[in-house]
Design a protein around this ligand. Structure first.
Ligand SMILES: Nc1ncnc2c1ncn2[C@@H]1O[C@H](COP(=O)(O)OP(=O)(O)OP(=O)(O)O)[C@@H](O)[C@H]1O
Ligand SMILES: [Mg+2]
Length: 401
């Protein structure tokens, strides 16, 4: 059997769920947060905190790191318990309260059922349990905007109403969001309560991303595996985009994967380039998979016209082929105006390219070109919707300008 080339000592280290021992360039943020929540170790209630920062700026990593440090300072959780909930996974008030309860209630006979209780009942059980525990609970609600989007600010009222009924215990909330406009969505009362302390995580610059990557690389690779320019290149590409450490680590991990798969003995900038295209291709292919049936029909019309030699086309050309495709796939036909809207949407997603063009007295129309990467056209064609399509040939288009 062919032996697979192994370049990465430990794959886990490059994955985004891995929390490193050190978080370079976040000491100031860690200290700011620790200063606010340290009183909990003496059973004093810390202020609520709202942490805001774009994706990949280390918010989740920092909070998990702090959770581990708190546990080290109070291993038996005598004065303070740290509870982490990701609202992207659990977003309903019931789900959040159930999750909090599940993490703190150890007595099996008092466990709260997964469904079936009223919110009032779950709240009063949880409140009683928290009060008996006689300590501070720090509840981290990560991606808090997800819960607000779907269920409004109820959960925040529930959690603060718990505090109103407590004498010896207290609940502090740390909300985390990557929506920089999040506070604009909140009512004034909640804004002031939730954002008692607000901490902003700025994007990383290119040097900071390099430091983060060098630290990980030291753990993940043996000497001599990474070519010199690889880390600066990954950092530069990610800094250009958003200053996103997740993206930088993804690039490094994928470059290593590609090099391993090719049987190469080191990782070079060429691998980073391929990794970059692969990430971009994956992103477009995700978008294509989630298109609606009507959008797929419109996209397929552009593809078919292009295959018939029409490199640029106008909305009317797309519409005629679209009607033909609706007929053979048995889908209902929408108006040309709606199809024009769908073309604009595909343009915004980067799948087609549409420019508004003036045709003198004939008015304005769009000039459309396919910009879907070649590798993905077969993905569109393999859709169940188009399984019989090659048995039909659309009528030849003639553009009338
Ligand atoms: N300062 C840092 N040092 C080392 N690794 C870091 C640092 N900041 C972020 N990372 C790593 O980058 C990745 C993304 O970070 P994290 O998940 O904390 O981002 P986030 O701000 O929570 O993003 P999102 O808003 O998308 O949830 C993780 O793998 C994390 O370990
Ligand atoms: Mg996060």
């Amino acid at each position: 059997m062919e032996k697979r080339n192994v370049l990465v000592k430990n794959k886990k280290i490059l994955q985004s769920s891995y929390i490193p021992e050190k978080l370079p360039h976040r000491n100031d943020k860690i200290n700011e947060i620790v200063e606010i929540i340290a009183p909990s170790l003496n059973k004093d209630k810390p202020s609520n905190i709202l942490i805001i920062g774009k994706t990949g700026t280390g918010k989740t990593a920092v909070m998990n790191y702090i959770g581990k440090e708190l546990k080290k300072a109070d291993p038996e959780e005598k004065n303070c318990s740290f509870i982490y909930i990701n609202c992207e996974i659990v977003d309903t008030p019931y789900g959040i309260l159930y999750n909090i309860a599940n993490q703190i209630i150890s007595d099996p006979s008092r466990r709260i059922p997964f469904t079936g209780w009223s919110l009032e009942k779950i709240l009063s059980e949880l409140t009683a349990y928290i009060e008996e525990a006689d300590k501070i609970f720090i509840v981290v609600l990560d991606e808090i905007d997800r819960s607000f989007q779907k269920n409004g600010d109820d959960i925040f009222y529930y959690l603060t109403s718990i505090n109103d009924q407590l004498k010896s215990s207290r609940v502090s909330i740390i909300g985390i969001t990557n929506n920089t406009k999040f506070t604009e969505l909140l009512s004034t009362r909640i804004k002031s309560r939730l954002g008692e302390e607000k901490i902003i995580f700025p994007p990383y610059n290119v040097n900071q991303l390099q430091d983060i990557l060098y630290d990980r690389a030291k753990e993940a690779f043996d000497d001599g595996i990474l070519a010199e320019g690889v880390i600066p290149y990954c950092a530069a590409l990610s800094a250009q985009e958003m200053g996103d450490a997740r993206r930088a680590l993804d690039l490094l991990r994928m470059s290593a994967d590609i090099a391993e798969r090719n049987g190469d003995t080191s990782i070079t900038e060429a691998h980073v380039k391929s990794a970059k295209s692969k990430i971009e291709l994956d992103a477009v292919s995700e978008v294509i998979k989630t298109l609606t049936v009507q959008s797929k029909l419109v996209l397929m019309s552009v593809i078919k016209n292009t295959e018939q030699g029409m490199n640029t086309m106008i909305t009317g050309d797309v519409y005629s082929t679209y009607k033909f495709l609706c007929e053979i796939t048995g889908q209902s036909v929408i108006t040309q105006r709606r199809v024009a809207d769908l073309i604009s949407e595909l343009d915004m997603l980067g799948i087609v390219h549409a420019r508004v063009k003036s045709f003198g007295r004939a008015g304005r129309t769009k000039e459309i070109e396919l910009s879907t990467p070649k590798e993905l056209i077969s993905l569109v064609k393999s859709d169940e919707l188009f399984k019989d399509i090659d048995n039909y040939k659309p009528p030849k288009q003639t553009t009338l300008i």
